[in-house]
Design a binder for this molecule. Structure first.
Ligand SMILES: NS(=O)(=O)c1ccc(NCc2ccco2)cc1
Ligand SMILES: [Zn+2]
Length: 262
């Protein structure tokens, strides 16, 4: 059975997404490589603020491409404000991208550095009615990206997500995931880069204001191993490890990346 759906394998990976998702060849695609020499410090950039309700967390699932935590976004319950944004954006889900070893896995690359993983917190602008409407708008979606690096002082809060992994090992598995405030994952520094881009997966719509945090958070080697123990396959299918679910950097095409810091 030919794999009609997109993925990260040689026959359905990033180089072929454009066949079914033409936006993948757009000129505002994500991720990108950020080179500090090309970044513009913008002193007018405001600080960003997240006010999340831990009660909004609902479930955690393995969709065969990532591990995703889903939140109640039926009203302004968990919102992101400030930074480059106008108005409050509702938190809808968070997920991760990671590598098959610690030396790669992030989607954005900073001055040539690839991190072991990258966590995305996806928010949408309720002025566009719903998520489907928001992804058709240039100011529709805001994603906070947090880099994960392997170190000796892992963030205890990552534990919560990784403890659930055993319950969602295979594609399609979902488990309750409640009373979770994702802001505990934020690093100390609020410094960020921001630029306009796209979903890093199909449909690759160019609707995202990216807010990438400069300071990575630390995870332990066995926390990374835990993430890599997820499977792309369903319960009774041949084992196919869920690793390297990252898109390589795309052409910047003249876009300017701004920094909130000097
Ligand atoms: N990696 S990411 O943060 O750019 C990202 C975030 C959200 C989606 N959602 C996928 C989607 C779009 C329309 C329906 O479902 C895809 C990718
Ligand atoms: Zn993502």
């Amino acid at each position: 059975m030919a794999q009609s759906v997109w993925g990260y394998d040689s026959d359905n990976g990033p180089e072929r997404w454009h066949e079914n998702y033409p936006m993948a060849k757009g000129d505002k695609q994500s991720p990108i490589e950020i080179n500090s020499k090309d970044v513009r410090h913008d002193s007018s950039l405001a600080p960003w603020h997240a006010s999340y309700d831990p009660g909004a967390a609902k479930t955690i699932l393995n969709n065969g491409r990532t591990c995703r935590v889903v939140f109640d976004d039926s009203f302004d319950r968990s919102v992101l404000r400030g930074g480059p944004l106008t108005g409050a954006y509702r938190l809808r889900q968070l997920h991760l991208h990671w590598g098959s070893s610690d030396d790669h896995g992030s989607e954005h690359v900073i001055d040539g550095v690839k991190y072991a993983a990258e966590l995305h917190m996806v928010h949408w602008n309720p002025k566009h009615g719903n998520f489907a409407g928001a992804l058709k708008q240039p100011d529709g979606v805001a994603v906070v990206g947090i880099f994960l690096k392997v170190g000796k002082t892992p963030k205890p809060e990552m534990k919560r997500i990784l403890e659930e992994i055993d319950n969602i090992k295979t594609k399609g598995k979902e488990a309750p995931f409640q009373h979770f405030d994702p802001s505990i994952l934020f690093p100390k520094s609020r410094d960020y880069w921001t630029y306009h881009g796209s979903f890093t997966t199909p449909p690759c719509e160019e609707c995202i204001t990216w807010i990438l945090l400069r300071e990575p958070i630390e995870v332990s080697p066995d926390q990374m191993a835990k993430l890599r123990s997820l499977s792309k396959n369903g319960e009774n299918e041949a084992m196919n490890p869920l690793v390297d679910n990252w898109r390589p950097p795309q052409p910047v095409k003249g876009r300017v990346v701004r920094a909130s810091f000097k």
